[in-house]
Ligand binder design. Structure first.
Ligand code: NAD
Length: 300
């Protein structure tokens, strides 16, 4: 069992940290939100005053923070992780950020005789609670093997995507595509309904064609097609992920106009105050001006 440190005890981080304690690891935690820390202390973790103090107490340090500037500050800032990281330790960033920030921090970690891997997660807060997240991992095989028992506390689908930053690259590619499918489905269903088709006819035909996709098969019937726009996966996070993916693509000199249109659709939703709603609210965004509702018929 390792001494593990965990920083960032939010919607995702708190249940992930809790699963580490439950599997018998000694856990030291930090968050700027004292209430979040108190919750983990009640579950058996020890509180530390700074990220530096977390690192000093740990062989494995995990961060689960909102965005790249937060990770940068917590890792490299005054009283940050690097100030306390012991040689031979491993730093795992599980936040959704860009691959470049990860590689830059990783270089600083290695100069200090420690190592870093990235492991952003797929799926939802419910999967964080059940410890069944999808882990997209980037880093050296030997380093990943050393921290695998800690990763296994949080996730069940494990993918080694490549070197450091590859996990974040995979997450960017995945989430831009997944959000693009939501935006495209919303446009298609509203257009079909306005053109006089029923939802039943549209889905029956699409199931037999190349238009079928798992957003239509799984996510749409679960929430937006029932008129339920509560998260799930918040629109503001989808917007952030699309922004990160487009920045990654632009840095490689790629043109991704479809992705840019998806980001614009997400921005439109944020401008309407839907940031805290499920990403499926992109359907409502198209329904409102069209004056229609695309909904499943109640089961007889
Ligand atoms: P959240 O906002 O609920 O939690 C973030 C936590 O970090 C908060 O407790 C906050 O107080 C803490 N924090 C912020 N700045 C800090 C600092 N400088 N020092 C210490 N603590 C600090 O976010 P979340 O939903 O848990 O998401 C975390 C990451 O996981 C994000 O990158 C998100 O994109 C990604 N993600 C979220 C989901 C989801 O469904 N919520 C799913 C997959 C991935």
């Amino acid at each position: 069992m390792s001494n593990v440190g965990f920083i960032g005890l939010g919607v995702m981080g708190a249940p992930m940290a809790r699963n580490i304690v439950r599997k018998g690891h000694a856990l030291t935690v930090f968050d700027v939100n004292a209430k979040a820390v108190a919750g983990l202390v009640a579950d058996g973790a020890r509180a530390a005053a700074t990220p530096k103090a977390v690192a000093e107490a740990s062989e494995v340090v995990v961060t689960m923070l909102p965005d790249a500037p937060d990770v940068d500050r917590v890792a490299l800032g005054a009283d940050g992780i690097l100030a306390g990281l012991k040689p031979g330790s491993v730093y795992i960033d599980m936040s959704t950020i860009d691959p470049e920030t990860s590689r830059r921090i990783g270089a600083a970690v290695r100069r200090q005789g420690s190592d870093m891997i990235d492991s952003p997660v797929g799926k939802t807060a419910e999967h964080a609670v059940s410890g069944t997240l999808t882990l997209m991992v980037g880093g050296e095989t030997a380093t990943i093997a050393r921290v695998r028992p800690v990763l296994d506390c949080m996730g069940t689908d494990f993918f080694h995507c490549g070197g450091l930053g590859a996990g974040h690259a995979m997450k960017c590619v995945n989430n831009l595509l997944a959000t693009t499918l939501v935006a495209a489905n919303a446009e298609a269903l509203v257009a079909g309904l306005k053109a006089g088709l029923t939802l039943d006819v549209m889905t029956s035909v699409m199931q037999k064609t190349m238009a079928w996709n798992s957003q239509l098969a799984v996510a749409f019937p679960a929430r937006p097609l029932k008129g339920d726009f509560e998260p799930g996966f918040m629109l503001r996070l989808a917007h952030k992920d699309c922004r990160l993916a487009l920045a990654m693509n632009a840095a490689m000199g790629l043109k991704t106009p479809v992705g840019a249109a998806t980001l614009a659709a997400c921005q439109e939703g944020l401008d309407q105050g839907y940031g805290g709603k499920d990403v499926g609210v992109l359907l409502k965004l198209r329904e409102d001006p069209a004056g229609v509702r695309v909904r499943l018929s109640p089961k007889p």
